[in-house]
Design a protein around this ligand. Structure first.
Ligand SMILES: [Zn+2]
Length: 109
């Protein structure tokens, strides 16, 4: 993995941390089927898109350290594969060195 790829993954890790904060606030407010605005966890630090997700969908994805939630089309094929999608979001799985960084920095571990 080169420095550029590492930087891209680190951006995604930051957005994941932000979503963990959003989730902990959301948990105090509503039921699992209520839709909350999470942030796109793509590698573009300037991306400001929000993702409409239920806590149920968010939890299902967050349980795996190498899975991230991004807006449709915001996947980065050089470091990840699209493994699922729903209304207004895609689930991507990190590959190789990107996956190792994602696992090492997993806020749930
Ligand atoms: Zn994005």
């Amino acid at each position: 993995m080169d420095a550029r790829e590492e930087r891209l993954v680190r951006n995604e890790v930051l957005f994941r941390e932000l979503n963990e904060t959003i989730e902990s606030i959301a948990h105090k407010q509503g039921a699992d089927d209520h839709v909350f605005e999470f942030v796109c966890e793509c590698s573009n630090v300037d991306c400001t898109l929000s993702l409409p997700l239920t806590l149920e969908v968010y939890e299902d994805t967050r349980g795996a350290p190498d899975l991230f939630l991004v807006a449709p089309g915001h996947d980065l094929p050089e470091i990840e594969d699209v493994v699922g999608e729903g209304e207004g979001f895609q689930v991507v799985r990190k590959r190789g060195a990107a996956a190792r960084i994602a696992e090492r920095t997993d806020p749930r571990s």
